[in-house]
Design a protein around this ligand. Structure first.
Ligand code: GCB
Length: 629
């Protein structure tokens, strides 16, 4: 791991996090050589050998594959992948005979017996490998929820904590010519000191939920870069390219052939080359014009040279008073919140088809923006948002009541935001990094998230930092209620996010009309959640003035009342109602209505649009909700 600023940070965090998770007595013992863990940027544009498909899988609720009967680390654990031998020592496992699970894919929706499972599952796969001189090979794991340990040919190669960000294990010294095998233990046990913590309102889908591949790169390779349009000079692209393993003075070329623009720069002692690339006639990226350019990054050609291409848009994003400025012009964010729940089949979303369906619905509803909750989504999602011209809020699972005063937790959040930014900073669609959702207002929380906001600004000074805050309620003079946005965390945010459920969890429909807002920050406000539940196909009797809750009519009315109320908030610069599609949640147990689903979707999990979908669509299409300035 070479010491670019980001690399040092990511390395430090990756090193720290798995070593100090005290709730899991296993972590220290199993901490593998984490110097072998990094995160390759733009990995989806590299030539890779996919390891997706069927993996042998052993469900191990007692962690028998790791521990002896006296709870000591086993030397002959399942990671040895010993073949069955009728004349040898009897063993308690046999990958060759075990059933399989599909990768990518959560285990919960692949086998009925794993629907509620929380624990360890062992994955095993054989692969062939042909070594090439002067290269390094990484095992790329798009996401494994929540904690994983990785062995190649019986040797520990890396570990990772955090269920929604990618990691790359350097397996160069562990692979051999011919046949190899990889074994992973993936554990989705919820941890009190995890990020997220024990309570969430989404399904704890476990497993290798995103793509897995082998990526071979030259000995010195481009592992990280940042290229963005300067806010001060929209004729200048600036940033850096980091070449892992490159000596000072290594030449790097960054070019955008379509603009005939080229910068030739050299790496410094930290293997990092600062880039300043003047461009003329740049077509700025926006929802109306999602223009992407092919960007070529290359070290010196010839043996040992590395080159990469990316498809990138260029735009600026900033705030002025209560406005959000995209390319210098005020914009209103017509959005919707989206969980990474797969349409039609449920389970964790991972495919192009999932992404096209979810973002296609958002587009159809008239959105120029989406809030991707409550964790980083598959990279396909942000790539597609780039192509489709959809602005994005991206978030880490600093959700509800993390153990903010427990010192082992902060490094986990820091790691996740570092990994999210590193993976996705090349996406023009992302304008907002969110550090938290609905956290309790107390000192420990505010200190923790102030640190997170500062880190986010430091890692990416080009984007806006936000969080979805809870709001306070007071009675107002006219007998209604006033919602007060004054959470002290707002001080360190560029854009205030606020969640409210007036008309659903509180006050009924009439209450929405009587609610006034007191936003104590002269900053842009996004109503990051609002809405209510409805069962698709459940209707109120014709002509009913007071539709019952859970009917499509109630939800549609709620949207009408909310839209009127939201329009009375002067600083409102965006909304992302809750939520695009019904999604699985173990907290939603009302039989015949919820059946393990949060029903606040505008669309059912089977793709049926509810009436409120059309209410919001009309408001967005007619620009009848919100103003850019
Ligand atoms: C919220 C949470 C979201 C929940 C939603 C609900 O405020 O941020 O994760 O799913 O409310 O449906 O209650």
């Amino acid at each position: 791991m070479l010491p670019s600023a980001t690399n040092i940070l990511v390395a430090a965090l990756v090193l720290v996090a798995p070593c100090i998770a005290q709730t899991d007595r296993q972590a220290n013992d199993l901490a593998p050589p984490d110097a072998h863990t990094t995160l390759l940027v733009d990995v989806d544009h590299r030539t890779a050998t996919s390891l997706d498909g069927d993996w042998h899988a052993i469900v191990d609720p007692y962690s028998t594959g790791l521990y002896t009967f006296h709870q000591e680390i086993r030397k002959d654990g399942f990671f040895m992948n010993a073949p069955f031998n009728p004349h040898g020592d009897p063993r308690d496992y046999n990958f060759a005979k075990a059933g399989t699970l599909k990768v990518p894919g959560d285990w919960n929706t692949q086998r009925p017996d794993l629907f509620y499972y929380e624990g360890v599952v062992w994955y095993q796969k054989d692969f062939d490998y042909a070594p090439k001189p002067n290269t390094r090979t990484f095992l790329h794991i798009g996401a494994a929820n929540y904690r994983s340990f990785v062995w190649v040919n019986t040797k520990k190669v890396c570990s990772h904590e955090g269920g929604f960000t990618p990691f790359d294990c350097d397996v160069t010294d562990f692979v051999r010519a011919g046949s190899n095998f990889v074994v992973l233990s993936v554990d989705n046990t919820r941890l009190a000191d995890g990020v997220p913590t024990l309570q969430t309102d989404w399904w704890n889908y476990g497993g290798l939920t995103r793509d897995v591949s082998l990526v071979t790169v030259p000995a010195a390779f481009i592992d990280d870069y940042d290229l963005h349009l300067s806010r001060e000079d929209r004729g200048l692209i600036e940033g850096y390219v980091h070449v892992e393993g490159a000596p000072a003075g290594t030449r790097v070329t960054v070019s955008i052939p379509e603009l005939s623009a080229k910068a030739m720069v050299t790496t410094d002692a930290n293997s990092r080359a600062a880039v300043s690339l003047p461009v003329q006639h740049l077509s700025l990226w926006s929802p109306e014009n999602p223009k992407l350019y092919t960007v070529v990054l290359a070290t010196d050609p010839g043996p040992g040279g590395d080159s990469l291409t990316d498809e990138m848009g260029f735009r600026t994003i900033e705030t002025r008073g209560t406005q959000i400025l995209l390319n210098g012009k005020p914009v209103f964010l017509r959005g919707v919140s989206i969980h990474a729940e797969a349409p039609y089949r449920t389970g964790r979303a991972y495919s192009e088809k999932d992404v096209d369906t979810l973002l296609g619905w958002a587009k159809e509803m008239g959105c120029n923006y989406v809030r991707l909750v409550h964790y980083p989504h598959d990279e396909r999602m942000t790539r597609a948002a780039d192509r489709m011209g959809i602005l994005v809020w991206s978030e880490i699972p600093d959700y509800w009541a993390l153990q903010f005063d427990n010192p082992v937790v902060l490094p986990k959040s820091e790691q996740q935001i570092s990994e999210m930014i590193r993976r996705d900073r090349d996406k023009a669609s992302i304008i907002l990094w969110s550090v938290a959702n609905e956290t309790p207002n107390n000192e420990a929380r505010t200190k923790y998230l102030t640190t997170m906001a500062a880190l986010t600004h430091q890692l990416d000074p080009t984007r806006l930092v936000t969080a979805a805050l809870l709001v306070r309620t007071e009675k107002n003079a006219s007998g209604g209620t006033t919602k007060i946005v004054d959470d002290p965390l707002g001080k360190v945010l560029d854009v205030i996010g606020a969640n409210e459920y007036v008309g659903w969890y509180e006050q009924g429909l009439a209450g929405v009309d009587e609610t006034t807002w007191d936003v104590r920050y002269q900053k842009p406000l996004i109503m990051s959640e609002w809405g209510g539940g409805a069962v698709a196909g459940l209707h109120a009797p014709a002509g009913s003035d007071h539709p019952e809750t859970w009917t499509e009519e109630y939800q549609a009315d709620l949207y009408q009342h909310q839209i009127a109320m939201l329009n009375r908030i002067p600083q409102l610069r965006g909304t992302s109602p809750w939520v695009l599609m019904d999604f699985r949640s173990p907290r939603r147990l009302n039989p015949g209505i919820q059946d393990d689903f949060n029903r606040k979707g505008l669309i059912s999990e089977e793709g049926k649009k509810k009436q409120a979908f059309f209410v919001l669509q009309k408001a967005y299409e007619e620009k009848a909700l919100g103003k850019p300035e």
